[in-house]
Design a protein around this ligand. Sequence first.
Ligand code: 8YV
Length: 332
Amino acid sequence: MSADQRPRVFVARRLFPEVVDRLRPHFEVDYREADDPMTAEALMARLQGCAGALIAGTEPINAPLLDACPQLRAVCSMAVGFNNIDVPACTAHGVLATNAPGVLTETTADFGFALMMATARRITESEHWLRAGRWLHWSVDLFAGSDVHGATLGIIGMGRIGQAIARRGALGFGMKVAYHNRSRLPAEEEAALGARYLGLHELLREVDHLVIVVPYSQQTHHLIGAAELDLMKPTATLTNIARGGVVDDAALAQALKARRIAAAGLDVFEGEPQLNPALLEVPNIVLTPHIASASLPTRRAMADLAATNLIAALTGGAPPTALNPEVLERRG
Ligand code: 8YV
């Protein structure tokens, strides 16, 4: 088959070259080897004539874009979170959408746990202080934080990653695990994890360390705001590895400043990569640039899964992690 008979696909971001090379035998590949995000207009223009797109969690795929790109048949993301993709609109336009669940679960859980521990034990706060040359003597309560082992771990969002964090807490650190989720887990799964289901407010009142892993949606926008933070213990910590917007960052900054909770660990932010400047002014916070899934093998596996999905979607195969498989069934 000559190059111009092959379907054209767009790779929206710099990826691993060997993953892009996997696409080349099947497609005419338009590879945008860049890290900066595209505007919606630029994305729309670049997708003209493309049958497929390989994207990350940053490219918005919505009805106006789908209207403007009638040749598009598959959009494959290397992220597990898919709040940037309007899946019902994809389905209505006959566009298969895929995400990348599973391959990042343990890596992301490792990071969520590490961020929670760094927050509880004040690791970055004390490092900044030390680097500033302020360590003059030992003192009895120098950067005394709160214990992780044996404490109550509260998880909001008990999907794959939430459960992997629960296992780390229960089995590795003897934590008492409580969780809140849209739907309750079957009793045997709760028992295996040693996890108790609680209502959101009850959970907030009880937890020592709260870890948020819930997908972002209209329903979870500002799930944690000033009123919810007020319910937490003054010694409690909050860790967000879900999405910016699940937590009201302005309310969180105020709560940290007023010491209404002890500390926070954030990997995701409202409007990232911009940060609410108030977050930078409080010392009792650990900040990381959306890297929870960032081990090299895992990022490679995420990109590989997106490529596998794209190849299958456009060559008559079965994409392993389709969000709207009914589109393929309709294609017959
Ligand atoms: C990605 C993530 O790094 O998978 C997700 O949902 O948040 C991260 O693992 C990011 O979304 C890629 O754009």
